[in-house]
Design a binder for this molecule. Structure first.
Ligand SMILES: [Zn+2]
Length: 467
């Protein structure tokens, strides 16, 4: 039977349009999904939008629209953005989808039947930006660390609570027994330390606004947006949820507490299996600046894709900075142009066009391929397993350098050596396969050009970008 690989991204909050920061994680998920397809796994890739909550209701009101009209428009823009970057998900889930709403209501009943939900009263500092209460010690100058400048509100309301406190031991055991549950390790240690300090029960229903899933235990209440949103990973797990549990949840560092603590507790309470890994990554900056609305269109994935091409953007964000170290990476347009020109156009593009032209002219003849043996395939697989996409590309491009030197040294334009050209053609076929997850459109073009042994010169793959 095929091995299953189920990867999810965070579902984005469509209170504003998609930007390159949102795109980063989706590109990584798409690269992983394509890689797992390549190695023969049964892959399911889920992304979507998180459409309920107070902030959406308020933003829609300001725009003079109903919340539903508003999220219909914005979620469409997210879909368009992912299309422009060649991101091929299996489902785009919206938390306003009927099957999701139904599942959330069933789950709440299950948790209630398990004795984990009770009625109480909640008072606390609430950040509309996070759609969540913040404990006082997390406030920075009285403001949310992720939404500086936004006043936190003191809210008091009747609420249903989830007995999170009951799950402290369960969670600590989980982190201990499954060191890969939270990656990278630095994030795991932060979470463990905080969980050890103790867990407070969590308010999971609201009465102060109404844009949400009706709380099945009480008509006056709607479901807390995080309880609603997290379960998208289950309701979106394919037909009859057959891909659940997820192998990998990708998320930004602002969401780690929700995914590492609430999520496994909710799942355990409702009787679901737990995901394998929650992977927390850093954010992107843009030309050295924090991504914010003031950057306007510059950070739109669609506009960037029109400017540079989907493949170049995908290649750049995977190649330029490590994914796994939790640090922020800078989307520098200057660095992107350099990599496009030096690596995609000069190294890869040149190799492909030279070899195609020579093979067309002199033909190829099968032989033992000594050149291809220099490709470090095992190393590449290992880097993929550890989410080291920059190192994967490093290895592939080291081999491209070797191939370019081989052309230079063997001079097939003088020797007309069909065997040398065979070695190069086979090597390019392998390179195209390995690059498919990163630069799907260009890799497909190369694969098609080199598909059979009657190779023909093709169009230029990467035109240089003027600085
Ligand atoms: Zn906040």
């Amino acid at each position: 039977m095929k091995k299953k690989f189920y990867v999810t991204t965070a579902i984005d909050y469509p209170n504003a349009e998609p930007h390159i920061g949102h795109a980063y994680q989706k590109i990584i998920a798409d690269v992983l999904a394509r890689w797992h397809k390549l190695i023969g796994d049964d892959v399911w890739f889920l992304t979507g939008t998180d459409e309920h909550g107070k902030k959406i209701q308020e933003t829609a009101e300001k725009a003079g629209k109903s919340p539903k009209e508003f999220v219909d428009e914005v979620s469409k823009k997210f879909k368009e953005a992912w299309k422009s970057l060649d991101i091929k998900y299996d489902r785009f889930i919206r938390t306003t989808d009927k099957d999701h709403e139904k599942l959330v209501q069933e789950v709440i009943k299950k948790c209630y039947d398990n004795g984990d939900i009770y009625k109480g009263e909640y008072e606390g500092c609430y950040c509309v930006g996070c759609e969540g209460y913040i404990t006082e010690k997390d406030l920075v100058n009285g403001e949310c660390p992720f939404h500086p400048g936004k006043k936190v509100q003191v809210l008091k309301e009747e609420s249903y609570f989830f007995k999170l406190s009951k799950y402290q031991k369960f969670l600590l055991d989980l982190y201990k027994k499954n060191p890969d549950f939270i990656l990278p390790p630095e994030r795991r240690n932060e979470i463990i330390n905080r969980v050890k300090e103790g867990l407070k029960d969590l308010s999971i229903s609201r009465t102060s606004f109404n844009w949400g899933i009706p709380f099945p235990l009480d008509k006056k209440h709607i479901t807390y947006v995080w309880f609603d949103a997290l379960f998208n990973y289950v309701s979106g797990a394919g037909e009859k949820q057959k891909y659940w549990p997820a192998n990998l949840h990708l998320l930004g560092k602002d969401n780690s507490w929700f995914h590492c603590v609430y999520w496994p507790a909710f799942l355990k309470s409702a009787g679901y299996k737990l995901p394998e890994t929650v992977f927390v990554h850093g954010f992107l900056t843009f030309n050295g600046q924090k991504i914010s609305k003031s950057l306007g269109n510059a950070i739109s994935p669609k506009i960037l894709a029109e400017k540079y091409g989907a493949d170049t953007i995908r290649y750049f964000v995977c190649r330029q900075f490590p994914f796994g170290d939790g640090e922020d990476g800078d989307f520098s347009e200057k660095a992107l142009i350099d990599r496009h020109n030096n690596e995609l156009a000069d190294k890869l593009g040149n190799l492909v066009s030279r070899v195609a032209a020579l093979a067309e002219k002199y033909g190829i003849e099968k032989t033992e391929n000594k050149l291809l043996k220099k490709l470090k395939l095992k190393q590449i697989e290992k880097h993929f397993e550890k989410y080291e996409f920059d190192k994967v590309l490093n290895e592939i491009f080291a081999f491209i350098d070797i191939c370019n030197e081989y052309v230079q040294n063997k001079k097939p334009w003088e020797t007309h050596d069909k065997k040398v050209l065979y070695e190069l053609v086979e090597s390019i076929r392998e390179i195209a396969k390995l690059l498919l997850p990163f630069i799907p459109s260009s890799a497909e073009k190369i694969a098609k050009q080199f598909k059979n042994d009657k190779i023909k010169k093709g169009e230029i793959l990467f035109r240089k970008i003027e600085k």
